[in-house]
Design a binder for this molecule. Structure first.
Ligand SMILES: Nc1ncnc2c1ncn2[C@@H]1O[C@H](COP(=O)(O)OP(=O)(O)OP(=O)(O)O)[C@@H](O)[C@H]1O
Ligand SMILES: CC(=O)N[C@H]1[C@@H]2OC[C@@H](O2)[C@@H](O)[C@@H]1O[C@H](C)C(=O)O
Length: 398
């Protein structure tokens, strides 16, 4: 047997695996690095988040990614170059984190890498009959494995697509394994660039879990913070707080086939971007509104689309607790609007469930890798958007 396969086999049999989960999301703020100690699998998964860091990207890295990110037309050479470049960068950032933490690479069993989504095209969006759902993440795992010397699992979304899914949201698997609780209807709401949630029923029935993207989280807010404030985001919603929601613009923003499509569904900055807002402004004759009113309206747009999706899932007379995570959970304008729109729900943060909300998505990929190595016994029935599959491709260091 190849020694590397033997090594992977030994890792799969360990009582506790030390897995680094990596996530670089649509906000392009940086790389989330979560070193997790994981035991068990499926609903018995136990995760201890041992170390966590968000390593901010240099402006140069953001600029390079933006040349191809979520764009219909790109320089193909740049896509080809960025694939190994991001893989090597992520490998180096892992080494930097480990050095800061005083941890040797030999103390890590596996790296679980999401990569960088550069384009997301579910069928409902591309509308080309002969093509399936499609999504593309780059930053190849072979480069991470070569730079770190650690076995790397990567490219988690393709298996989901191969079995009829849209490649997202994958959070549902980790949410069910880590957070499902008998007796409490839970909604795990993540507000990154795009917002999504998982519904975990109080009866813990895996075939009844539910997940969907809801639309924009911070992506539009960040785009306009860059434009108006020359900053990556509107810190604590300060600019939005000074404005008033413009009802005409809000109505126009709410008109898109994504919102009419059936659940579950996914989207990305390919749809929700500055031209999307500019077209809505033109239609609603609100091009001249102030920066602060525009920001206030965009916050309300994110909040309303999240509220609407959640309301459609909730059953009358039942109680639900919403656990928020992702950068949007730090924006008081957004969280206040959500609480106002969902007065019958109680609200908390995933931090109460012992997972730092900023680390949650990086932890998810560590859990998915753990499940591929040791689990695979949980059936999600025929639940649409939650195929019962093992995800991630293996890269050996040599
Ligand atoms: N104090 C704050 N005030 C307002 N917004 C904040 C604050 N802190 C973080 N954010 C928002 O959170 C964003 C980062 O969120 P996060 O890291 O969850 O996104 P992501 O993982 O890149 O996105 P996705 O989950 O869509 O892939 C920032 O770009 C910003 O919009
Ligand atoms: C294609 C893609 O990268 N989608 C991301 C994005 O960011 C949030 C939302 O859109 C979600 O569907 C997904 O990520 C999380 C980690 C998920 O799959 O659960």
């Amino acid at each position: 047997m190849n020694r590397q396969i033997q090594h992977l086999y030994d890792i799969a049999r360990k009582p506790v695996r030390r897995i680094i989960g990596l996530m670089s999301g649509t906000s392009l703020d940086g790389l989330d690095v979560a070193l997790c100690h994981i035991s068990g699998s499926g609903p018995s998964t136990e995760v201890v988040l041992h170390r966590f860091a968000t390593v901010p990207y240099d402006e140069d890295v953001k600029t390079e990614i933006r040349t191809i990110f979520a764009k219909d037309k790109i320089e193909f050479e740049k896509l080809c170059l960025l694939n190994p470049y991001i893989g090597r960068l992520h490998g180096q950032l892992i080494l930097d984190c480990l050095k800061n933490w005083g941890i040797d690479t030999t103390e890590v069993d596996v790296v679980a890498s999401h990569g960088q989504t550069v384009y997301h095209a579910p069928k409902s969006q591309h509308q080309r009959d002969k093509f399936p759902n499609a999504t593309l993440q780059i930053g190849d795992g072979d480069h991470i494995a070569a730079v770190t010397g650690v076995i790397t699992l990567s490219d988690f979304r393709q298996k989901h697509v191969a079995h009829g899914g849209e490649g997202a949201p994958l959070a549902v698997y980790g949410d069910y394994f880590m957070f499902s609780k008998a007796g409490e209807n839970r909604l795990l709401l993540n507000m990154g660039g795009i917002a999504n949630f998982t519904y975990l029923p109080a009866d813990e029935d895996a075939s009844n879990v539910f997940t969907t993207d809801t639309g924009p989280g911070n992506t539009l807010l960040d785009a306009y913070a860059r434009k108006f404030l020359n900053k990556p985001y509107d810190e604590d919603g300060k600019l939005a707080a000074q404005g008033t929601v413009n009802a005409h613009l809000l109505n126009a923003l709410n008109v898109n086939p994504f919102f009419d499509a059936a659940f579950p569904k996914t989207t990305g900055p390919e749809v929700f971007n500055v031209p999307y807002v500019e077209k809505a402004q033109a239609r609603s004759q609100t091009i001249g509104i102030s920066a602060k009113d525009l920001m206030a309206t965009l916050v309300q747009f994110s909040a309303d689309t999240i509220i609407d999706a959640i309301r459609r899932v909730m059953r009358e007379g039942e109680t639900y607790r919403i656990y928020m995570s992702g950068g949007g959970a730090h924006n008081p304008m957004l969280t206040t609007a959500l609480k106002k729109g969902l007065p019958n729900c109680s609200f908390g943060l995933t931090d109460e469930l012992n997972i730092n909300g900023d680390a949650k998505e990086a932890v998810l990929f560590a859990v998915l890798a753990n499940e591929s190595l040791t689990g695979g016994n949980t059936s999600f029935g025929n639940r649409q958007g939650v195929p019962t599959v093992s995800m991630g491709k293996v890269s050996f260091p040599k």
